[in-house]
Ligand binder design. Structure first.
Ligand SMILES: Nc1ncnc2c1ncn2[C@@H]1O[C@H](COP(=O)(O)OP(=O)(O)OP(=O)(O)O)[C@@H](O)[C@H]1O
Ligand SMILES: [Mg+2]
Length: 333
């Protein structure tokens, strides 16, 4: 067995799971930091609760941006907090298995390794996000049959074609659900001269965001007039939102197509038979699976628990593979 804890330190959500116990920590990746004393005040929902109520030098920050660690000290503080949260379920000096985004450079991985070790971990290992997602989707990746996964997160999309326990082709695009929110925020500013925050943009996405519009629909949005600052409302349609996020959606679709076209042609049949497994919270955007299926020509299955798929896959990686996670992640065709 390779590790004691699995960690998915995502742009929007941080999850920690323990074999036999499941997911123990599921928190938004948000931290409240005392800038004066360089100290973590709160993490996750507790930090969100402090939003707008912080006095003096306390700032609300996101420790991960597009899958990349924002700051080493903050990463260490968050790692220490995560180990504190799971201490009842974990051994002391646990081996931590981190899901690693393809966007994370070796420097980033070393930073995460150092942060967890300094926070009390005995060892740190990494598993590629696509491998974790494939295992979490129940795919038998050690077989000589190709599988494909697409994990649309908040800040990155990880795509991989896998066979014989490793990645055949892969891509990591710095685009995810958070970029759809930003596109909606820009749409409001540009076309309606209305300033809205990202939480409002995300709520619009949940209500009428689509990658494939069948029937038009609309919502009323409240915000501040860009020039006067006065609160007013506008009506935005599903088609307008779809047009605003389309370039971001297309970016992901293009990367998926290029992953398929750069894989050996004899694997195409496997992909057609098995289909493509779609995971990550960003994949819940209405019509995304349908667009992906129509663009790639491959049937798409949305996994059962898209946001937890990677961390549960990392747990099954520790529990079922006969070798360490490191050897899983390093093996490439
Ligand atoms: N029903 C939904 N419709 C559209 N988007 C959704 C839905 N539910 C969640 N999301 C989006 O999913 C994203 C979070 O997904 P996830 O938890 O997989 O990201 P993450 O793992 O933290 O990020 P990353 O993998 O990029 O580092 C957010 O942008 C959120 O708005
Ligand atoms: Mg993720």
């Amino acid at each position: 067995m390779g590790a004691d804890l699995a960690v998915d330190f995502g742009t929007a959500r941080t999850l920690v799971a323990v074999p036999g116990r499941g997911v123990i920590v599921d928190e938004p990746t948000i931290a409240a930091v005392d800038l004066g004393r360089n100290r973590l005040v709160a993490f996750g929902k507790d930090a969100i609760g402090l939003r707008g109520r912080c006095a003096g030098e306390v700032a609300i920050v996101r420790p991960v941006c597009h899958g990349q660690l924002a700051d080493l000290d903050l990463t260490w503080a968050v790692a220490r907090e995560l180990l504190r949260l799971v201490r009842t379920w974990s051994v002391s000096q646990p081996t931590v298995l981190c899901c690693a985004s393809g966007a994370a450079t070796n420097v980033q991985r070393r930073a995460l390794d150092r942060a967890f070790k300094e926070a009390g971990a005995g060892a740190v290992r990494f598993v590629e996000q696509q491998v974790a997602v494939a295992l979490g989707s129940g795919l038998r990746i050690e077989e000589p049959v190709a599988s494909m996964v697409v994990d649309v997160g908040a800040g990155t999309t990880e795509i991989g074609v896998l066979a014989l326990g490793g990645l055949v082709t892969h891509a990591s695009v710095p685009v995810g659900g958070g970029d759809f929110d930003e596109a909606i925020q820009r749409l409001c500013a540009r076309d309606f001269e209305l300033a809205i925050d990202l939480a409002t943009a995300e709520a619009i996405k949940y209500a009428i965001g689509s990658a494939w519009v069948e029937e038009d629909d609309k919502v009323e949005v409240r915000g501040r007039d860009v020039s006067s600052g006065i609160v007013r409302s506008v009506v935005i349609t599903r088609t307008e939102v779809a047009d605003a996020i389309a370039p971001r959606v297309d970016c992901i679709l293009l990367a998926a197509v290029s992953c398929i076209t750069s894989a050996p042609p004899d694997l195409a049949n496997d992909l057609l038979n098995r289909g493509l497994y779609l995971a990550g919270g960003g994949a819940l955007l209405t019509g995304f699976g349908r667009r992906l299926a129509s663009t790639t020509g491959i049937p798409v299955h949305l996994v059962e628990n898209p946001e937890r798929c990677a961390v549960t896959g990392a747990v099954s990686c520790m529990a079922t593979m006969g070798h360490t996670a490191e050897s899983v992640s390093r093996r490439r065709w």
